[in-house]
Ligand binder design. Sequence first.
Ligand code: ZN
Ligand code: ZN
Length: 257
Amino acid sequence: MHGTRGSIPQPNETSKYGGNTSCYEVLTDDHQIIFDTGTGFQNVALDEHRTTVILYGHFHHDHIQGLPFNLDVFAHQEDIYLSSGLVNRQVLKNLIQTYFSGGYFPVDIVNILKQLKFLNCSTVQRKLSPKIELEMIELNHPGGCMGYYLKTKRGKFSYLLDNEYNADQLDSLLRFVDGSSLLMWDGMFTEKELEHRQGWGHSSIEQACIFAEQANVEELRISHHSPSRTDAQLDELSKMLTSPKVSFAMQSTVVEI
Ligand SMILES: [Zn+2]
Ligand SMILES: [Zn+2]
């Protein structure tokens, strides 16, 4: 886990749980699969011996802003595949190119970095198959967002950031994450904070605990921490995580599945 913070990087009092924005790396035998390229992406070592695939849930800035700040991207000899279940490859390319060019960024990285290859998600699914099963689900987030799971013979990783949970999602999410070794859950807010943040696209820590009780998952880690939350506050909030399978995600953590 390279980036566990939501919305904006936060360097103050976050050394334990992490201040970089969303980026999660999954290594399989042959693939390096990266979920989102927030500022945590600067610390990902691109693997020359595995095929690198970057999957975007959506394109809010905290999920893409780190892409050109990883120096390996410039030196990488192999193709780097970028994809999203939310849009087709041409739309994805346009989004990334617009964000990293013109008045927003000094260089046009899509033009410079020929190794960046934009693929439709169906193409990625075919490329990964049959060793890796990749599925997606629509989440509840302004502008749309896709959740994913990756499943191999060793285990299943489910990724549900960013999502504003509602009861209508319960059955479909339970089915989607069923059998997960590890589930990432958006717990940016507490229930009290959520009262004034309806429609912002994020869930609560309490909802994570209730969902974990119902879900057939080995482990749930709450992430996309609020940028205003310090390590001490997360430590305090962790007292309400009574289930042994629920914890707060920490940057730089490695989970063996
Ligand atoms: Zn976000
Ligand atoms: Zn978002």
